[in-house]
Write a protein that binds this ligand. Structure first.
Ligand SMILES: Nc1ncnc2c1ncn2[C@@H]1O[C@H](COP(=O)(O)OP(=O)(O)O)[C@@H](O)[C@H]1O
Ligand SMILES: CSC[C@H]1O[C@H](OP(=O)(O)O)[C@H](O)[C@@H]1O
Length: 405
C-alpha cells in the first residue's frame, strides 16, 4: 500500500496482519483473529485499538490530511505523524520509563503503531475526578529534564544540534500553536470561543498594552529560540497515568523551541484543574486537600526539573563557553520566567480560544463555570505580566499562591 489511504477498522486489521505475517513483526500470534475499533478523542487524528482473541492489543494512530476536530476545511500536513514518531523515538531513548513505545512507523501512511496504554488513565479525566498521583511531578521532571538537556546545546555538538533542528522543523503545527497561544488571545477571531458574559473581561485583556508586549516576547522566543526538542503539547490529555506510572503520548507538535514551553504548559494544566475544582468539589476539606496535592505536584515538578537541569549543566556540559561560571544559573532563570509566561498563555488560550479543557467546560452550573473562567483568565494574565519579576522559583510559587487565594 504505497499511496496514502485514510484507514477504517478493516484497513487497520489488514495492515497489522500484513506486518505480522509478511514482515515478521511479533505483535500477535499469526493464527489469532483480530478485531479493531476507532476511539480517538483528540483534536487531530484517528486512533484504532487492534486486539486478538486473548485481549492482547496495540494502538494504530493515523494522521488525516486535515484536523479531525474541524474537518477538511482545515488541511494539515501528514508529516506530523513522522514528527510524532521521531520525537517519541528520541525522547524514548532518553527517558524510556516515561515515553510511550513506538512499535512501527510508516511515514507514507502517516501511521504509527504504539504500545497500548489503555490500562492507564488519561491524566485529565483522572484529575477531573480529583484523583491524586503522588509520583507525577517527579516523573514529569525526569522526562522534561532528560529529554531537554540531552537535546540542548549544553550537550550536543553544534553540528548534531543543527541536524536535529532541521529533522524536527514542524512549521504547520507550530503555526497552530502560534495562532492559538499568542495571536488569537489578543484579537477578535472566529476561532475564539467564550460566553458573552466574559466579553468585557476579554476586551480589557485584549486592550492591555503591557500584556501585548509580554506576549510579543514569549512569541518571539517560541519562533526563534531552538533550545531543545520539545514535546510541544504537554497538556493533561497527553499524559497517561496510574499510581506508579506516567507515560507521555502525542508529541506531534514537537520542534526545537524554548525549554520553558513544555514545563509551563504542564503547570498551566495543573492550574486549570486547580481552578476548576473550586466549582467541582463542594466540601471544603476535600477541596483544600486536593488543592494542596496539586500545588505539591506543581512545586515538585518545577523544583526537580530545575535541580536536574542545573546538575546536568554542572556535570555534563560539553561546550566550553557554556561552562562559564554563572551561565547555567542565568539560563535557568530565563527558563523559569519563560515557563511562567507560557503557563499564563496556556491558561488564557484554554479559556477563550479554540481548544478548551473538559475540566472547565464540563462544569454544569453556568455561573460556577463563569467564575472559574474569570479566575483562569485573571491568573493567566497576572502570570504573563509578572513573569519577569520572578528571580527564582520561590518568588514564582509566592506569586502563584497570592493569585490562587
Ligand atoms: N498508546 C495509546 N494507548 C492507549 N490509548 C491511546 C494511546 N494513544 C492514544 N490513545 C487514546 O486516543 C486518544 C487520542 O490520542 P491523541 O494521541 O491525544 O490524539 P490526537 O493527536 O488526535 O490528540 C487519547 O486520549 C487516548 O484515549
Ligand atoms: C486544532 S488543534 C487545537 C489543539 O489541539 C491539540 O491538542 P490535542 O491534539 O492533544 O487534542 C493542541 O493542544 C492544539 O493547540
Amino acid at each position: 500500500m504505497a499511496e496514502y489511504v485514510a484507514f477504517n477498522a478493516q484497513h487497520a486489521i489488514d495492515y497489522i496482519k500484513n506486518l505480522v505475517t509478511k514482515d515478521g513483526y511479533d505483535l500477535f500470534d499469526p493464527d489469532q483473529t483480530l478485531s479493531a475499533y476507532e476511539f480517538g478523542d483528540g483534536n487531530l487524528n484517528l486512533v484504532f485499538r487492534i486486539s486478538d482473541e486473548q485481549s492482547n492489543s496495540v494502538i494504530l494512530k493515523q494522521a488525516l490530511p486535515y484536523a479531525r476536530c474541524v474537518g477538511e476545511s482545515w488541511p494539515l500536513t501528514l508529516d506530523r505523524a513522522r514528527i510524532e514518531a521521531e520525537v517519541l523515538l528520541n525522547h524514548g531513548a532518553l527517558s524510556p520509563d516515561y515515553t510511550a513505545k513506538v512499535l512501527h512507523h510508516n511515514p507514507e501512511q502517516a501511521l504509527t503503531i504504539l504500545e497500548d496504554l489503555g490500562h492507564l488513565q488519561i491524566l485529565r479525566s483522572a484529575q477531573i475526578n480529583a484523583e491524586q498521583f503522588p509520583l507525577l511531578g517527579q516523573h514529569v521532571a525526569h522526562y522534561l529534564s532528560h529529554t531537554g538537556f540531552y537535546n540542548s546545546d549544553f550537550y550536543l555538538t553544534a553540528q548534531d544540534k543543527k541536524a536535529k533542528v532541521s529533522q524536527f522543523t514542524n512549521p504547520e503545527l507550530c503555526q497552530i500553536t502560534e495562532d492559538l497561544f499568542f495571536n488569537d488571545i489578543l484579537r477578535e477571531h472566529e476561532r475564539n470561543n467564550y460566553p458573552s458574559e466574559l466579553q468585557s473581561t476579554v476586551n480589557k485583556l485584549q486592550n492591555n498594552t503591557a500584556l501585548h508586549l509580554a506576549i510579543a516576547k514569549l512569541k518571539a522566543k517560541f519562533l526563534s529560540c531552538p533550545q531543545t526538542l520539545l514535546h510541544g503539547d504537554m497538556h493533561s490529555g497527553s499524559i497517561f497515568v496510574d499510581q506508579k506510572t506516567t507515560k507521555m503520548i502525542d508529541p506531534e507538535f514537537g520542534f526545537f523551541g524554548p525549554v520553558g514551553f513544555d514545563i509551563g504548559s504542564f503547570i498551566g494544566n495543573l492550574l486549570l484543574n486547580y481552578c476548576a475544582q473550586n466549582a467541582r468539589i463542594s466540601e471544603f476539606v476535600t477541596r483544600r486537600n486536593y488543592h494542596t496535592h496539586l500545588l505539591t505536584c506543581l512545586q515538585e515538578s518545577y523544583s526537580l526539573f530545575e535541580q536536574q537541569w542545573l546538575t546536568f549543566i554542572a556535570e555534563q556540559t560539553t561546550d566550553n563557553n557554556l561552562k562559564a561560571a554563572g551561565y547555567g544559573e542565568y539560563f535557568m532563570q530565563q527558563v523559569l520566567q519563560d515557563a511562567i509566561g507560557y503557563c499564563g498563555t496556556e491558561l488564557i488560550r484554554r479559556t477563550i480560544g479554540l481548544a478548551h479543557v473538559a475540566d472547565i467546560d464540563g462544569i454544569e452550573d453556568a455561573q460556577a463555570r463563569l467564575d472559574v473562567q474569570r479566575h483562569t483568565l485573571a491568573l493567566g494574565e497576572q502570570l504573563v505580566l509578572n513573569a519577569h519579576t520572578c528571580n527564582n522559583k520561590e518568588e514564582f510559587f509566592s506569586l502563584l499562591i497570592s493569585q490562587l487565594n
